[in-house]
Design a protein around this ligand. Structure first.
Ligand code: ATR
Length: 286
């Protein structure tokens, strides 16, 4: 899109339904200002019924957007409707980042990148372990499984209350992935070096079963992809037992960076000031 001075100004969106609680405009707004770029990034509510028309408006150029992020409940539909999904989004069957090139909608999924980049920043060497345990087999666990596998962790146990869901993911993501029932949790954690919670366990005020992290190897890392609150009940348990923990906020921040670079042409950095902006926003909505 051109503004009155005939310079290109890029406009990006985050769409979901509902979308008004998204923190992505805060993240991208911070980077636009920090890097002194023109352009905009805004929340754009699109209902599931209207989503196909929205994708069509991206292709035709009518929307005026350069690209954007897609969140719940549109990630699967975005993958289905885009023209050029990359390898990562194809394996996940879900896209969170779109950009337009030659009137075609390209798609990727940066959730796995965000997960790995957060651990790279806060606990480098996290991927040296032989065995990882991932609790949960919902939508959010998929990108985590993909990321941990792609870093070369040899054995990945996916533990889930509904073991059939974990089995589906083992089939999808290959022989490194082992589906396990909840009863096997302690056994598969024994000797593991990385524990990742992807469930909402305990977030609704329900009890979280006690987890014995001490069966893991010394120096193991415990992380959670939930970031509200920053210290989830599972991270609190791990800290009480003396383990290094990494909260999930960095995953949200890092997953945003590749999209920003696509739309606005500069790679942004995740810094402490940005992290603090989101923490302050969380406090103001607590
Ligand atoms: P998301 O897309 O956020 O991952 P989801 O697809 O609903 O959401 O998945 C939520 C995950 O949390 C699932 O692994 C779910 O287990 P089930 O597949 O058995 O439903 C898990 N989960 C949620 N509440 C739970 C609880 N009280 N006990 C154990 N697991 C729970």
């Amino acid at each position: 899109m051109r503004d009155s001075r005939e310079t290109f100004v890029n406009h990006a969106f985050v769409t979901g339904y509902p979308i008004k609680h998204s923190r992505s405009p805060l993240i991208h707004g911070y980077w636009l200002k920090q890097l002194g770029l023109q352009g905009s990034y805004r929340a754009h509510a699109v209902s599931p019924d209207a989503f196909p028309d929205f994708i069509a408006s991206l292709k035709s150029g009518q929307s005026g957007f350069t690209g954007g992020n897609v969140t719940i409940p549109h990630k699967e539909l975005a993958f289905t409707l885009c023209d050029r999904p990359d390898v990562l989004s194809t394996e996940l069957g879900a896209a969170n980042t779109l950009w337009i090139e030659d009137n075609l909608v390209h798609a990727t999924n940066t959730d796995g990148y965000g997960f790995s980049a957060n651990l790279d920043e806060r606990s480098p060497g996290w991927d040296f372990c032989q065995t990882a345990v991932i609790l949960g087999a919902g939508g959010a666990s998929r990108a985590v499984i993909q990321a941990v596998r792609d870093r070369g962790v040899k054995t990945i146990h996916v533990v889930n209350r509904t073991v059939a869901r974990a089995k589906e993911l083992a089939d999808r993501f290959g022989p490194a992935i082992h589906a396990q029932p909840m009863e096997a949790l302690s056994e598969v954690m024994t000797g593991a070096g990385l524990f990742i919670n992807t469930t909402s366990l305990g977030m609704d005020g329900s009890d979280v079963p006690p987890i014995d992290f001490t069966v893991m190897t010394a120096g193991s890392i415990v992380t959670d992809i939930v970031y509200v609150p920053l210290k989830t009940p599972i991270l609190a348990q791990a800290q009480e037992q003396g383990f290094v923990t990494v909260d999930g906020l960095g995953m949200l921040l890092h997953q945003a960076a590749p999209g920003f670079e696509k739309w606005f042409g500069k790679r942004p950095t995740v810094d402490d000031a940005l992290r603090q902006i989101i923490i302050d926003d969380m406090a103001s909505h607590a």
